[in-house]
Design a protein around this ligand. Structure first.
Ligand code: BG6
Length: 518
Protein backbone atom coordinates (compact mmCIF):
# COMPACT_ATOMS: atom_id res chain seq x y z
CA UNK A 1 0.00 0.00 0.00
CA UNK A 2 1.36 3.41 -0.99
CA UNK A 3 0.84 5.76 1.93
CA UNK A 4 0.59 9.53 1.50
CA UNK A 5 -0.09 9.44 -2.24
CA UNK A 6 -2.89 11.67 -3.46
CA UNK A 7 -5.10 10.09 -6.14
CA UNK A 8 -4.87 11.12 -9.78
CA UNK A 9 -7.75 13.03 -11.44
CA UNK A 10 -10.92 11.06 -10.75
CA UNK A 11 -14.48 10.78 -12.00
CA UNK A 12 -16.56 9.08 -9.35
CA UNK A 13 -19.82 7.73 -10.78
CA UNK A 14 -22.42 6.60 -8.23
CA UNK A 15 -25.20 4.31 -9.44
CA UNK A 16 -28.06 4.68 -6.96
CA UNK A 17 -27.02 8.20 -5.92
CA UNK A 18 -30.48 9.01 -4.62
CA UNK A 19 -30.23 6.26 -2.00
CA UNK A 20 -29.40 6.03 1.64
CA UNK A 21 -25.80 4.80 1.28
CA UNK A 22 -24.79 7.83 -0.80
CA UNK A 23 -26.49 10.19 1.63
CA UNK A 24 -25.31 8.58 4.86
CA UNK A 25 -21.85 7.24 4.03
CA UNK A 26 -20.37 7.99 0.60
CA UNK A 27 -20.70 11.77 0.38
CA UNK A 28 -19.83 12.42 4.05
CA UNK A 29 -16.70 10.29 3.48
CA UNK A 30 -15.73 12.12 0.26
CA UNK A 31 -16.34 15.49 1.94
CA UNK A 32 -14.10 14.54 4.88
CA UNK A 33 -11.39 13.41 2.47
CA UNK A 34 -11.69 16.78 0.79
CA UNK A 35 -11.35 18.61 4.13
CA UNK A 36 -8.32 16.50 5.02
CA UNK A 37 -6.63 17.33 1.72
CA UNK A 38 -6.88 13.83 0.24
CA UNK A 39 -9.04 14.60 -2.77
CA UNK A 40 -7.42 14.68 -6.19
CA UNK A 41 -6.84 18.12 -7.71
CA UNK A 42 -9.47 17.27 -10.29
CA UNK A 43 -12.59 15.44 -9.22
CA UNK A 44 -16.13 15.06 -10.49
CA UNK A 45 -18.75 13.10 -8.55
CA UNK A 46 -21.56 12.15 -10.87
CA UNK A 47 -24.69 10.74 -9.28
CA UNK A 48 -27.07 8.62 -11.34
CA UNK A 49 -30.54 7.49 -10.35
CA UNK A 50 -34.12 7.16 -11.56
CA UNK A 51 -35.37 10.27 -9.76
CA UNK A 52 -35.74 13.67 -11.39
CA UNK A 53 -33.29 16.07 -9.68
CA UNK A 54 -31.29 19.14 -10.66
CA UNK A 55 -27.65 19.50 -9.64
CA UNK A 56 -28.69 22.10 -7.07
CA UNK A 57 -31.34 19.84 -5.55
CA UNK A 58 -28.85 16.98 -5.46
CA UNK A 59 -26.27 19.13 -3.67
CA UNK A 60 -28.81 20.40 -1.13
CA UNK A 61 -29.97 16.86 -0.43
CA UNK A 62 -26.38 15.69 0.08
CA UNK A 63 -25.52 18.64 2.30
CA UNK A 64 -28.28 17.59 4.66
CA UNK A 65 -26.80 14.06 4.68
CA UNK A 66 -23.35 15.40 5.56
CA UNK A 67 -24.77 17.66 8.29
CA UNK A 68 -26.45 14.66 9.88
CA UNK A 69 -23.88 11.93 9.31
CA UNK A 70 -20.38 13.36 9.10
CA UNK A 71 -18.08 12.67 12.06
CA UNK A 72 -17.33 16.41 11.94
CA UNK A 73 -20.98 17.44 12.30
CA UNK A 74 -22.44 20.31 10.29
CA UNK A 75 -20.61 21.58 7.23
CA UNK A 76 -18.69 24.81 7.00
CA UNK A 77 -20.67 26.65 4.30
CA UNK A 78 -17.72 28.04 2.40
CA UNK A 79 -15.87 24.75 2.29
CA UNK A 80 -19.01 22.79 1.44
CA UNK A 81 -19.81 25.16 -1.46
CA UNK A 82 -16.30 24.68 -2.85
CA UNK A 83 -16.62 20.90 -2.56
CA UNK A 84 -20.22 20.79 -3.86
CA UNK A 85 -19.35 22.44 -7.17
CA UNK A 86 -17.87 19.05 -8.12
CA UNK A 87 -21.18 17.20 -7.56
CA UNK A 88 -23.55 16.55 -10.47
CA UNK A 89 -26.68 14.53 -11.02
CA UNK A 90 -28.22 12.77 -14.03
CA UNK A 91 -31.45 10.86 -14.27
CA UNK A 92 -30.78 7.35 -15.54
CA UNK A 93 -32.63 4.08 -15.99
CA UNK A 94 -30.14 1.25 -15.34
CA UNK A 95 -32.24 -1.25 -17.31
CA UNK A 96 -31.54 0.31 -20.72
CA UNK A 97 -28.37 1.03 -22.71
CA UNK A 98 -28.87 4.71 -23.54
CA UNK A 99 -27.75 6.24 -20.19
CA UNK A 100 -24.54 4.19 -20.41
CA UNK A 101 -23.78 5.55 -23.88
CA UNK A 102 -24.46 9.05 -22.59
CA UNK A 103 -22.23 8.38 -19.62
CA UNK A 104 -19.36 7.39 -21.89
CA UNK A 105 -19.69 10.61 -23.87
CA UNK A 106 -19.84 12.64 -20.68
CA UNK A 107 -16.73 11.02 -19.26
CA UNK A 108 -14.84 11.59 -22.51
CA UNK A 109 -15.90 15.23 -22.44
CA UNK A 110 -14.66 15.71 -18.87
CA UNK A 111 -11.31 14.11 -19.69
CA UNK A 112 -11.00 16.32 -22.75
CA UNK A 113 -11.69 19.46 -20.73
CA UNK A 114 -9.06 18.36 -18.17
CA UNK A 115 -6.69 17.38 -20.91
CA UNK A 116 -5.88 14.33 -18.80
CA UNK A 117 -6.86 10.71 -18.38
CA UNK A 118 -8.95 10.19 -15.25
CA UNK A 119 -9.59 7.32 -12.88
CA UNK A 120 -13.15 6.21 -13.54
CA UNK A 121 -14.84 4.68 -10.53
CA UNK A 122 -18.21 3.04 -10.98
CA UNK A 123 -19.72 2.70 -7.52
CA UNK A 124 -22.73 0.37 -7.41
CA UNK A 125 -24.82 1.64 -4.49
CA UNK A 126 -27.78 -0.35 -5.78
CA UNK A 127 -29.80 -3.41 -4.69
CA UNK A 128 -27.94 -6.68 -5.39
CA UNK A 129 -30.36 -7.61 -8.21
CA UNK A 130 -29.06 -4.74 -10.36
CA UNK A 131 -25.35 -5.48 -10.13
CA UNK A 132 -25.01 -7.96 -13.01
CA UNK A 133 -27.22 -5.84 -15.22
CA UNK A 134 -25.15 -2.69 -14.68
CA UNK A 135 -21.91 -4.62 -15.15
CA UNK A 136 -23.13 -5.91 -18.54
CA UNK A 137 -24.18 -2.44 -19.67
CA UNK A 138 -20.85 -0.94 -18.60
CA UNK A 139 -19.35 -3.65 -20.77
CA UNK A 140 -21.52 -2.91 -23.83
CA UNK A 141 -20.78 0.80 -23.53
CA UNK A 142 -17.02 -0.02 -23.28
CA UNK A 143 -16.80 1.99 -20.10
CA UNK A 144 -14.33 -0.28 -18.36
CA UNK A 145 -11.75 -0.41 -21.18
CA UNK A 146 -8.94 1.49 -19.49
CA UNK A 147 -8.07 -1.37 -17.09
CA UNK A 148 -5.59 0.65 -15.09
CA UNK A 149 -7.98 3.51 -14.42
CA UNK A 150 -11.51 2.03 -14.55
CA UNK A 151 -12.72 0.39 -11.35
CA UNK A 152 -16.00 -1.07 -10.21
CA UNK A 153 -17.05 -1.05 -6.57
CA UNK A 154 -19.61 -3.61 -5.41
CA UNK A 155 -21.35 -3.45 -2.05
CA UNK A 156 -22.32 -6.49 -0.01
CA UNK A 157 -24.28 -8.77 0.04
CA UNK A 158 -22.06 -10.49 -2.50
CA UNK A 159 -24.50 -13.21 -3.57
CA UNK A 160 -26.72 -15.12 -1.15
CA UNK A 161 -24.90 -18.45 -1.19
CA UNK A 162 -21.92 -20.14 -2.79
CA UNK A 163 -23.64 -20.71 -6.14
CA UNK A 164 -24.91 -17.16 -6.59
CA UNK A 165 -21.56 -15.70 -5.48
CA UNK A 166 -19.79 -17.86 -8.07
CA UNK A 167 -22.15 -16.64 -10.79
CA UNK A 168 -21.67 -13.02 -9.78
CA UNK A 169 -17.91 -13.48 -9.74
CA UNK A 170 -18.06 -15.11 -13.18
CA UNK A 171 -19.99 -12.15 -14.57
CA UNK A 172 -17.66 -9.57 -13.04
CA UNK A 173 -14.41 -11.34 -13.85
CA UNK A 174 -15.71 -12.02 -17.37
CA UNK A 175 -15.84 -8.25 -17.92
CA UNK A 176 -13.27 -6.72 -15.57
CA UNK A 177 -9.85 -7.81 -14.41
CA UNK A 178 -9.79 -8.88 -10.76
CA UNK A 179 -7.62 -5.82 -10.07
CA UNK A 180 -10.47 -3.57 -11.24
CA UNK A 181 -13.05 -5.08 -8.86
CA UNK A 182 -13.44 -3.67 -5.35
CA UNK A 183 -15.80 -5.76 -3.21
CA UNK A 184 -16.46 -3.69 -0.12
CA UNK A 185 -16.67 -4.97 3.43
CA UNK A 186 -16.70 -1.75 5.45
CA UNK A 187 -15.38 -3.55 8.55
CA UNK A 188 -12.01 -3.81 6.84
CA UNK A 189 -11.85 -0.03 6.66
CA UNK A 190 -12.36 0.41 10.40
CA UNK A 191 -9.25 1.70 12.16
CA UNK A 192 -9.42 -0.89 14.90
CA UNK A 193 -9.89 -3.75 12.47
CA UNK A 194 -6.81 -2.61 10.54
CA UNK A 195 -5.07 -2.28 13.87
CA UNK A 196 -5.32 -6.06 14.36
CA UNK A 197 -2.63 -6.31 11.66
CA UNK A 198 -0.50 -3.61 13.27
CA UNK A 199 -0.85 -5.15 16.71
CA UNK A 200 -0.09 -8.69 15.59
CA UNK A 201 2.71 -8.03 13.14
CA UNK A 202 4.26 -4.82 14.52
CA UNK A 203 5.09 -6.39 17.90
CA UNK A 204 7.15 -9.36 18.94
CA UNK A 205 5.49 -9.66 22.31
CA UNK A 206 2.36 -11.59 21.47
CA UNK A 207 3.32 -13.60 18.41
CA UNK A 208 5.06 -16.43 20.36
CA UNK A 209 1.85 -16.84 22.37
CA UNK A 210 -0.51 -16.60 19.41
CA UNK A 211 -1.26 -20.29 18.98
CA UNK A 212 -2.85 -23.41 20.39
CA UNK A 213 -0.21 -23.81 23.09
CA UNK A 214 -1.26 -20.62 24.87
CA UNK A 215 -4.70 -19.69 23.58
CA UNK A 216 -7.69 -21.59 24.92
CA UNK A 217 -10.30 -20.05 22.62
CA UNK A 218 -11.28 -16.89 20.75
CA UNK A 219 -14.60 -15.04 20.85
CA UNK A 220 -15.76 -12.53 18.25
CA UNK A 221 -18.82 -10.49 19.20
CA UNK A 222 -20.53 -7.94 16.98
CA UNK A 223 -23.60 -6.83 18.88
CA UNK A 224 -26.07 -4.18 17.79
CA UNK A 225 -28.83 -2.54 19.79
CA UNK A 226 -30.68 -1.35 16.69
CA UNK A 227 -33.33 -3.46 14.98
CA UNK A 228 -33.73 -3.68 11.23
CA UNK A 229 -34.88 -0.04 11.03
CA UNK A 230 -36.09 0.79 7.50
CA UNK A 231 -34.23 -2.16 5.89
CA UNK A 232 -36.83 -4.85 6.51
CA UNK A 233 -37.31 -5.80 2.85
CA UNK A 234 -33.58 -6.46 2.41
CA UNK A 235 -32.93 -7.94 5.84
CA UNK A 236 -35.86 -10.34 5.85
CA UNK A 237 -34.27 -12.08 2.85
CA UNK A 238 -30.78 -11.98 4.30
CA UNK A 239 -30.68 -12.61 8.06
CA UNK A 240 -27.76 -12.34 10.47
CA UNK A 241 -25.70 -15.15 8.93
CA UNK A 242 -25.60 -13.56 5.47
CA UNK A 243 -25.69 -9.95 6.60
CA UNK A 244 -22.92 -10.08 9.20
CA UNK A 245 -21.15 -13.42 9.64
CA UNK A 246 -20.39 -14.17 5.98
CA UNK A 247 -18.47 -10.93 5.70
CA UNK A 248 -17.66 -8.85 8.79
CA UNK A 249 -17.15 -11.59 11.39
CA UNK A 250 -15.29 -13.99 9.09
CA UNK A 251 -13.01 -11.16 7.98
CA UNK A 252 -12.16 -10.41 11.60
CA UNK A 253 -11.54 -14.10 12.20
CA UNK A 254 -9.13 -14.14 9.24
CA UNK A 255 -7.13 -11.22 10.66
CA UNK A 256 -6.88 -12.91 14.06
CA UNK A 257 -5.95 -16.33 12.67
CA UNK A 258 -3.79 -15.56 9.59
CA UNK A 259 -0.09 -16.26 9.33
CA UNK A 260 2.34 -13.33 9.10
CA UNK A 261 2.37 -11.92 5.56
CA UNK A 262 5.74 -11.59 3.87
CA UNK A 263 4.94 -8.01 2.80
CA UNK A 264 2.14 -5.54 3.21
CA UNK A 265 0.96 -5.95 -0.35
CA UNK A 266 -2.66 -6.44 -1.30
CA UNK A 267 -2.38 -9.93 -2.70
CA UNK A 268 -0.05 -11.22 -0.03
CA UNK A 269 -2.41 -10.23 2.77
CA UNK A 270 -5.40 -11.57 0.88
CA UNK A 271 -3.58 -14.86 0.26
CA UNK A 272 -2.93 -15.31 3.95
CA UNK A 273 -6.53 -14.52 4.79
CA UNK A 274 -7.93 -16.93 2.25
CA UNK A 275 -5.68 -19.67 3.69
CA UNK A 276 -7.57 -19.29 6.98
CA UNK A 277 -10.94 -19.67 5.28
CA UNK A 278 -9.74 -22.78 3.49
CA UNK A 279 -8.53 -24.24 6.79
CA UNK A 280 -11.89 -23.85 8.56
CA UNK A 281 -13.23 -27.30 9.36
CA UNK A 282 -16.52 -27.97 7.51
CA UNK A 283 -19.42 -27.93 9.95
CA UNK A 284 -21.02 -31.41 9.98
CA UNK A 285 -24.57 -31.11 8.66
CA UNK A 286 -25.91 -33.74 11.07
CA UNK A 287 -24.46 -31.97 14.12
CA UNK A 288 -25.44 -28.48 13.09
CA UNK A 289 -27.00 -27.60 16.46
CA UNK A 290 -23.69 -28.22 18.22
CA UNK A 291 -22.01 -25.64 15.99
CA UNK A 292 -24.64 -23.08 14.98
CA UNK A 293 -27.45 -21.29 16.77
CA UNK A 294 -30.01 -18.85 15.42
CA UNK A 295 -32.49 -16.52 17.04
CA UNK A 296 -35.11 -13.91 16.32
CA UNK A 297 -36.03 -11.06 18.63
CA UNK A 298 -39.34 -10.56 20.32
CA UNK A 299 -40.44 -7.24 21.80
CA UNK A 300 -38.50 -5.94 24.81
CA UNK A 301 -36.77 -2.91 26.30
CA UNK A 302 -33.43 -1.37 25.33
CA UNK A 303 -32.00 1.57 27.23
CA UNK A 304 -35.44 2.45 28.59
CA UNK A 305 -37.14 2.33 25.20
CA UNK A 306 -39.68 -0.20 24.02
CA UNK A 307 -38.48 -2.26 21.04
CA UNK A 308 -41.06 -4.06 18.95
CA UNK A 309 -41.13 -7.65 17.83
CA UNK A 310 -39.05 -8.33 14.68
CA UNK A 311 -42.18 -9.59 12.92
CA UNK A 312 -43.85 -6.23 13.55
CA UNK A 313 -41.07 -4.26 11.83
CA UNK A 314 -41.95 -2.55 8.52
CA UNK A 315 -41.54 -4.77 5.42
CA UNK A 316 -40.96 -7.93 7.48
CA UNK A 317 -43.23 -10.95 6.97
CA UNK A 318 -45.64 -11.50 9.87
CA UNK A 319 -44.59 -15.16 10.03
CA UNK A 320 -40.91 -14.49 9.20
CA UNK A 321 -38.40 -17.24 9.98
CA UNK A 322 -35.38 -15.01 9.34
CA UNK A 323 -32.71 -15.03 12.04
CA UNK A 324 -31.72 -11.73 13.64
CA UNK A 325 -29.11 -13.49 15.79
CA UNK A 326 -26.52 -16.09 14.83
CA UNK A 327 -23.71 -17.78 16.74
CA UNK A 328 -21.17 -20.28 15.39
CA UNK A 329 -18.38 -22.43 16.71
CA UNK A 330 -15.58 -22.89 14.17
CA UNK A 331 -12.23 -24.67 14.16
CA UNK A 332 -9.26 -23.73 12.01
CA UNK A 333 -7.48 -26.93 11.08
CA UNK A 334 -3.79 -26.03 10.85
CA UNK A 335 -0.71 -26.29 13.06
CA UNK A 336 -1.28 -22.98 14.78
CA UNK A 337 -4.93 -23.39 15.70
CA UNK A 338 -5.67 -27.10 15.92
CA UNK A 339 -8.29 -27.68 18.66
CA UNK A 340 -8.84 -23.97 19.48
CA UNK A 341 -12.52 -23.04 19.09
CA UNK A 342 -13.49 -19.69 17.57
CA UNK A 343 -16.91 -18.62 18.84
CA UNK A 344 -18.66 -15.99 16.73
CA UNK A 345 -21.88 -14.21 17.63
CA UNK A 346 -23.86 -11.32 16.24
CA UNK A 347 -27.37 -10.04 16.66
CA UNK A 348 -29.75 -7.15 16.43
CA UNK A 349 -31.61 -5.74 19.43
CA UNK A 350 -28.95 -6.88 21.88
CA UNK A 351 -28.32 -4.71 24.95
CA UNK A 352 -25.65 -2.48 23.35
CA UNK A 353 -23.67 -1.74 20.19
CA UNK A 354 -20.36 -3.44 20.81
CA UNK A 355 -17.78 -5.20 18.65
CA UNK A 356 -15.01 -6.95 20.49
CA UNK A 357 -12.55 -9.83 20.06
CA UNK A 358 -11.62 -11.76 23.19
CA UNK A 359 -8.47 -13.88 23.15
CA UNK A 360 -8.73 -16.18 26.13
CA UNK A 361 -5.38 -17.62 27.23
CA UNK A 362 -4.99 -21.01 28.87
CA UNK A 363 -4.75 -21.36 32.66
CA UNK A 364 -1.24 -21.60 34.11
CA UNK A 365 0.07 -25.19 33.83
CA UNK A 366 0.52 -25.60 37.58
CA UNK A 367 -0.93 -23.54 40.43
CA UNK A 368 1.84 -22.55 42.83
CA UNK A 369 -0.39 -20.64 45.22
CA UNK A 370 -2.60 -22.08 47.95
CA UNK A 371 -6.32 -22.32 47.19
CA UNK A 372 -7.08 -19.38 49.53
CA UNK A 373 -4.92 -17.09 47.35
CA UNK A 374 -6.79 -18.04 44.21
CA UNK A 375 -10.37 -17.14 45.06
CA UNK A 376 -10.43 -14.38 42.41
CA UNK A 377 -7.91 -15.92 40.07
CA UNK A 378 -8.72 -15.68 36.31
CA UNK A 379 -6.67 -16.75 33.28
CA UNK A 380 -5.15 -14.01 31.12
CA UNK A 381 -7.36 -12.42 28.54
CA UNK A 382 -6.67 -9.96 25.75
CA UNK A 383 -9.53 -7.88 24.43
CA UNK A 384 -9.45 -6.04 21.15
CA UNK A 385 -12.28 -3.53 21.30
CA UNK A 386 -13.43 -2.45 17.84
CA UNK A 387 -16.34 -0.20 18.83
CA UNK A 388 -17.69 1.91 20.45
CA UNK A 389 -14.60 2.49 22.63
CA UNK A 390 -11.67 1.57 20.42
CA UNK A 391 -8.88 0.05 22.44
CA UNK A 392 -6.93 -2.93 23.70
CA UNK A 393 -7.24 -4.40 27.20
CA UNK A 394 -5.05 -6.99 28.84
CA UNK A 395 -6.11 -8.83 31.96
CA UNK A 396 -3.44 -10.28 34.21
CA UNK A 397 -3.00 -11.31 37.81
CA UNK A 398 -1.28 -9.30 40.57
CA UNK A 399 -0.94 -9.62 44.31
CA UNK A 400 -3.77 -7.86 46.06
CA UNK A 401 -2.23 -5.39 48.56
CA UNK A 402 -2.33 -6.75 52.10
CA UNK A 403 -0.61 -9.01 54.54
CA UNK A 404 -1.80 -12.25 52.97
CA UNK A 405 -1.10 -13.67 49.52
CA UNK A 406 -4.18 -13.09 47.45
CA UNK A 407 -4.21 -12.86 43.64
CA UNK A 408 -6.45 -10.43 41.89
CA UNK A 409 -7.09 -9.73 38.17
CA UNK A 410 -6.35 -6.22 36.87
CA UNK A 411 -6.91 -4.70 33.48
CA UNK A 412 -4.29 -2.75 31.56
CA UNK A 413 -6.09 -0.47 29.17
CA UNK A 414 -5.17 1.32 26.00
CA UNK A 415 -7.71 3.70 24.46
CA UNK A 416 -7.14 5.03 20.99
CA UNK A 417 -8.67 8.42 21.61
CA UNK A 418 -6.70 8.91 24.81
CA UNK A 419 -3.39 7.89 23.27
CA UNK A 420 -3.64 9.82 20.02
CA UNK A 421 -6.19 12.53 20.70
CA UNK A 422 -7.45 12.44 17.13
CA UNK A 423 -10.75 11.70 15.53
CA UNK A 424 -10.09 8.55 13.47
CA UNK A 425 -11.40 8.48 9.89
CA UNK A 426 -14.60 6.62 9.13
CA UNK A 427 -14.25 3.22 7.43
CA UNK A 428 -15.65 4.61 4.16
CA UNK A 429 -13.06 7.40 4.08
CA UNK A 430 -10.26 4.85 4.17
CA UNK A 431 -11.92 2.59 1.62
CA UNK A 432 -12.91 5.30 -0.88
CA UNK A 433 -9.41 6.76 -0.77
CA UNK A 434 -7.99 3.28 -1.44
CA UNK A 435 -10.31 2.85 -4.43
CA UNK A 436 -9.17 6.20 -5.83
CA UNK A 437 -5.53 5.22 -5.26
CA UNK A 438 -6.04 1.78 -6.79
CA UNK A 439 -5.15 -0.15 -3.63
CA UNK A 440 -7.10 -3.42 -3.26
CA UNK A 441 -5.58 -4.61 0.05
CA UNK A 442 -8.68 -3.93 2.12
CA UNK A 443 -11.13 -5.37 -0.39
CA UNK A 444 -12.33 -8.92 -0.86
CA UNK A 445 -11.04 -10.99 -3.71
CA UNK A 446 -13.31 -13.39 -5.64
CA UNK A 447 -11.84 -16.49 -4.00
CA UNK A 448 -12.26 -14.96 -0.53
CA UNK A 449 -15.96 -14.31 -1.00
CA UNK A 450 -16.48 -17.85 -2.28
CA UNK A 451 -14.42 -19.44 0.49
CA UNK A 452 -16.50 -17.53 3.06
CA UNK A 453 -19.73 -18.82 1.52
CA UNK A 454 -18.25 -22.32 1.47
CA UNK A 455 -17.74 -22.15 5.26
CA UNK A 456 -21.39 -21.25 5.75
CA UNK A 457 -22.90 -23.61 3.19
CA UNK A 458 -23.77 -26.45 5.64
CA UNK A 459 -25.43 -23.96 7.99
CA UNK A 460 -27.41 -22.32 5.20
CA UNK A 461 -28.56 -25.71 3.93
CA UNK A 462 -29.46 -27.05 7.36
CA UNK A 463 -31.31 -23.89 8.37
CA UNK A 464 -33.27 -23.90 5.14
CA UNK A 465 -34.24 -27.52 5.64
CA UNK A 466 -35.05 -27.46 9.36
CA UNK A 467 -37.39 -24.60 10.24
CA UNK A 468 -36.90 -22.72 13.51
CA UNK A 469 -40.08 -23.64 15.39
CA UNK A 470 -39.26 -21.60 18.49
CA UNK A 471 -39.03 -18.16 16.82
CA UNK A 472 -39.06 -15.54 18.25
CA UNK A 473 -36.72 -16.94 20.90
CA UNK A 474 -35.02 -13.97 22.56
CA UNK A 475 -36.28 -10.75 23.98
CA UNK A 476 -35.00 -7.46 22.63
CA UNK A 477 -32.48 -6.10 25.14
CA UNK A 478 -31.04 -9.50 26.10
CA UNK A 479 -27.88 -11.25 24.89
CA UNK A 480 -29.68 -13.63 22.52
CA UNK A 481 -31.34 -17.04 22.77
CA UNK A 482 -30.64 -19.53 25.52
CA UNK A 483 -29.30 -21.97 22.90
CA UNK A 484 -26.34 -19.60 22.38
CA UNK A 485 -25.43 -19.95 26.06
CA UNK A 486 -25.67 -23.72 25.70
CA UNK A 487 -23.50 -23.70 22.56
CA UNK A 488 -20.54 -22.39 24.55
CA UNK A 489 -21.47 -23.83 27.96
CA UNK A 490 -21.34 -27.39 26.60
CA UNK A 491 -17.58 -26.78 26.14
CA UNK A 492 -17.27 -25.58 29.74
CA UNK A 493 -16.92 -21.91 28.69
CA UNK A 494 -19.10 -18.80 28.71
CA UNK A 495 -19.51 -15.69 26.59
CA UNK A 496 -17.36 -12.79 27.72
CA UNK A 497 -19.27 -9.75 28.90
CA UNK A 498 -17.84 -6.90 26.78
CA UNK A 499 -15.23 -4.96 28.78
CA UNK A 500 -16.82 -1.64 28.10
CA UNK A 501 -20.06 -2.80 29.72
CA UNK A 502 -18.25 -4.42 32.64
CA UNK A 503 -16.51 -1.13 33.29
CA UNK A 504 -19.70 0.87 32.88
CA UNK A 505 -21.53 -1.35 35.31
CA UNK A 506 -18.86 -1.62 37.92
CA UNK A 507 -15.69 0.45 37.71
CA UNK A 508 -14.21 -1.20 40.78
CA UNK A 509 -14.63 -4.72 39.42
CA UNK A 510 -12.96 -3.54 36.25
CA UNK A 511 -9.79 -2.60 38.21
CA UNK A 512 -9.11 0.23 35.85
CA UNK A 513 -5.62 1.63 35.64
CA UNK A 514 -6.68 4.45 33.40
CA UNK A 515 -10.19 5.76 33.10
CA UNK A 516 -11.97 5.47 29.77
CA UNK A 517 -12.13 8.76 27.89
CA UNK A 518 -15.56 10.32 28.21
C1 BG6 B 1 -23.88 -3.74 7.68
C2 BG6 B 1 -25.11 -4.59 7.90
O1 BG6 B 1 -23.00 -4.37 6.78
O2 BG6 B 1 -23.22 -3.54 8.92
C3 BG6 B 1 -26.03 -3.94 8.90
O3 BG6 B 1 -25.78 -4.75 6.67
C4 BG6 B 1 -25.29 -3.61 10.18
O4 BG6 B 1 -27.15 -4.76 9.18
C5 BG6 B 1 -24.01 -2.85 9.87
O5 BG6 B 1 -26.14 -2.82 10.99
C6 BG6 B 1 -23.16 -2.70 11.12
O6 BG6 B 1 -22.08 -1.86 10.83
P1 BG6 B 1 -21.39 -0.98 11.96
O7 BG6 B 1 -20.26 -0.30 11.26
O8 BG6 B 1 -22.45 -0.02 12.44
O9 BG6 B 1 -20.97 -1.92 13.02
Amino acid sequence: MENNVKPEPTIFVIFGAGGDLTWRKLIPALYNLYLDGWMPERIVVLGLDRAEMTDTEFRDHLKEGVDKNSRRGKVDKKRWDAFAQNLFFSKADFEVDKPFQNLRKRLEKIEKSWNAKANKIFYLAVPPGLVQNIAHRLDSAKLYKDWQRSRIVVEKPFGRDLESAKKLNETLTGIFLESQIYRIDHYLGKETVQNILAFRFGNTLFEPLWNRHYIDHVQITVAESVGVEHRGSYYDHAGALRDMIQNHLLQILCLIAMEAPVSFSGNEIRNKKVDVLHAIRPIPFEQINDFAVRGQYAAGWIEGERAKDYRQEPDVAKDSLTETYAALKLFVDNWRWQGVPFYLRTGKRLPAKISEVAIQFRPVPHQTFPAAALMDWRPNRLLLAIQPQEGIFLRFEVKHPGLTMHLSPVLMQFYYREAFDVDPPEAYETLLLDVMRGDTTLFMRADQTQAAWQVLSPVIQAWEKIKPYSFPNYQAGTWGPEEAEILIAQDGRSWVMPTYLQCQENMAACHVMTRPPS
